[in-house]
Ligand binder design. Structure first.
Ligand SMILES: *Cc1c(COP(=O)(O)O)cnc(C)c1O
Length: 422
């Protein structure tokens, strides 16, 4: 029998129970998996201390933030709203660093509360300087190198708009001098993948920048640790990629006597495989000899946009109704519920335009399916309310298989609550 994907942390029984209690689609996050992976991140090799920041845009639910907070992780916020949201979830402002593309309108308020600001452009640095002369500040650099797997996920190099271009350091020094700013942290986030040799290069390159900033005591290497969602896709081994980073920090200390504190900011790594989306088969459709067998679900880009955006692959596992335990396998194209041809859950790898039939257990209308790898950038990045589908509920599953609702399903009233008669 060809191998097919299987359930990760759910059982068929728990899947049915959660679906029966909350309806579908419903997201489920597994607390023990989150805790185990967070511990891996906290064990990232370092020489003179480590701070792990959870990149909360991956999944900003307060219950998730609180798990990481309890374990000692700090927070990377991507907008002023995210920073406020973390504070509302009970995170201490001093544990939040704000790395934002858009300058928050409430910057002054946030920084006064204690949020750490990471200047991502010359304009941001200047605005911060005007408001907080004489303060400590972190600066995000684009070191001129990137390695995202697609142009849409590339966050470094000349095609990425993130951070201050590495040839503009003189301008950075000028602004810092003008406002008497103390640049004590440097930040890069270029998504360097899973190859230790690349990480060695990145660490050495970043430390070369640190060399030019005598007051820098902390270097953040950002996130971007790739995680395989499908069984055959490789995942980053943090111990492996961290070893050359640790060595580079030790060598730098040997040479300069400077002890650099390391920060990392994983998002995907911490949550990707700790979450799943449970849905129901709504329809089965066949387009004949030259066509496909389609499974239509009650979910799609309104919960999970990664396949349509990047051609990302997520395991899809059929959980049949208990009385129909067919072991037959079939090739399906799995589609979402939006009236939108791009709403496909089984695109070809890396190519959202192409369809790729997936071998799965044969499914009937009413069967449940579990879409794995849905912990990061799914609920958080959905095409919310498209076709007026409500935002799905989220459930936290504990080690003893008890579970708690951490977000209710949105209602139609909530979808339209801000509309007004003209
Ligand atoms: C999104 C983001 C991260 C996390 O990226 P992942 O690919 O999820 O690990 C880390 N740092 C910054 C600044 C980010 O914008």
């Amino acid at each position: 029998m060809p191998s097919i994907e299987t359930l990760r942390f759910l059982t068929e029984d728990t899947t049915r129970k959660i679906a029966a209690q909350f309806g579908t689609p419903v997201f489920v996050y597994h607390a023990p998996t989150i805790e185990k992976i967070a511990q891996n991140a906290l064990d990232f090799p370092n020489a003179f201390g480590l701070t792990v920041r959870y990149a909360m845009k991956a999944n900003p639910n307060a219950a998730i933030l609180q798990i990481f907070d309890k374990l000692g992780l700090h927070i990377d916020a991507s907008s002023g709203y995210e920073a406020q949201r973390a504070i509302l979830a009970g995170i201490k402002p001093a544990k939040i660093m704000l790395t934002a593309q858009e300058m928050p309108t409430d910057l002054v308020e946030l920084v006064k509360k204690g949020v750490i600001f990471n200047a991502c452009s010359l304009r941001q640095l200047d605005t911060f300087g005007q408001n907080f002369p004489g303060s400590d500040i972190c600066v995000r650099l684009n070191p001129g190198l990137g390695s995202g797997s697609t142009n849409r996920t590339n966050v470094g190099g000349p095609a990425a708009s993130f951070g201050i271009w590495h040839q503009d350091l003189e301008k950075v020094f000028q602004i810092a001098k003008k406002y008497n700013l103390n640049i004590n942290k440097l930040h890069t986030h270029i998504g360097s993948g899973s190859d230790p040799a690349v990480w060695q290069k990145v660490a050495i390159m970043c430390l070369d920048f640190v060399r030019k900033f005598p007051n820098v005591t902390t270097l953040s290497l950002g996130g971007g640790y790739k995680v395989g969602r499908m069984t055959h896709e490789p995942s980053t081994d943090l111990k492996k990629i961290g070893q050359p980073v640790r060595q580079a920090l030790l060598d730098f200390h040997q040479e300069t006597s400077r002890k650099i504190h390391l920060e990392i900011e994983p998002g995907t790594y911490l949550l990707a495989n700790a979450g799943a989306l449970i849905a129901t088969v709504q329809d089965v459709n066949d387009t004949g000899q030259q066509g496909y067998q389609f499974l239509k679900l009650d979910t799609g880009m309104t919960d999970l946009q990664r396949p349509a955006l990047y051609g990302a692959q997520h395991p899809i596992i059929v959980v049949p109704q208990p009385q129909s335990q067919s072991e037959e396998l079939k090739h399906y194209i799995v589609t979402g519920h939006c009236c939108e041809s791009g709403d496909v859950l089984t695109p070809a790898p890396g190519d959202p335009e192409a369809l790729m039939p997936r071998l799965m257990r044969s499914a009937r209308i009413g069967d449940l399916v579990v879409i794995e790898g849905a912990g990061a950038y799914c609920s958080a990045m959905c095409a919310k309310n498209y076709n007026s589908f409500p935002e799905s509920p989220e459930v936290l599953l504990h080690a003893d298989n008890t579970f708690a609702l951490i977000r209710r399903r949105q209602t139609l009233e909530q979808i339209i609550q801000n509309e007004q008669p003209a």
